[in-house]
Ligand binder design. Sequence first.
Ligand code: LMR
Length: 308
Amino acid sequence: MKRNKITIVGAGHVGATCAHWAAAKELGDIVLIDVAEGIPQGKALDLMQAAPVEGYDSIIVGTNNYEDTAGSDIVVITAGMARKPGMSRDDLLNMNAGIVRSVTEQIVRYSPDAYILVVTNPVDVSTYIAYKTSGLAPNRVFGLSGVLDAARFRTFIARELNVSFEDVTSFVLGGHGDDMVPMVRYTYVGGIPVEKLISKDRLDAMVERARKGGAEIVNYLKSGSAYYAPSASVMQMAECILKDKKRILPVSAYLQGEYGETDIFAGVPAVIGGNGVERVIELDLNEEEMSALKKSIQSVRNNIAKLS
Ligand code: LMR
């Protein structure tokens, strides 16, 4: 039986940590590719030498050559610049758009049947670029957003209530930007609506902290952005494909009429399984939630309009 092949483009903190989670979960063999000579090779070798200690059997290869990525089942794009303190994710648009475009061209040349998962910011626009450049079906290209944003929101709630992180479920909708929409009404703690357990004031503060969760870490790190939670989140999405889990996760998916939107990527709940985005789930939103979602999606559209 053939092993899964997972390519991770970009061997910086996010890419290397994606490789780490993929190996630890034994999702398949891993190719780490980057333009920087030596970095992917060194990190891949180091990670493979952890295998005898940790007991995983993934073969991990570092390379600068796309030929080595041929026949990948999943490709995760992390290549590009990270923001610095004071910048928004949207400020990366001009720097990262061209990188995503050229990486995608190389990917589909060697792996025409891959699923492409995008992390590079601004992620909803990067995912749109990868989709348009790849020519792949919309179920095959999607981006990281709500799994990460909801993980942040879930973390704050679990700590507030001193309960297991696992027992908090939530969705964050819209673009992965400053006006993302954490869905308080669809947040549960062990099946109990969160609004029954935490006051509105405290929840509002946690919504705001989740919205600014990426910036909080950028401000601490000074150089670079978060990588443990982003990479864990995107590798959970990859795992759902490879194991046909059919989990309902918030991801940046291509909308074709759902939520009244077309030809755009934005964070929505979707069933993620062996066929990638198997279906988008339309939540019943009230007026306030729908208008927040529309505002957030409009920001993604505005950024797409800026692309040359
Ligand atoms: C995140 O949310 O951590 C990422 O989008 C990186 C960033 O710039 O915040």
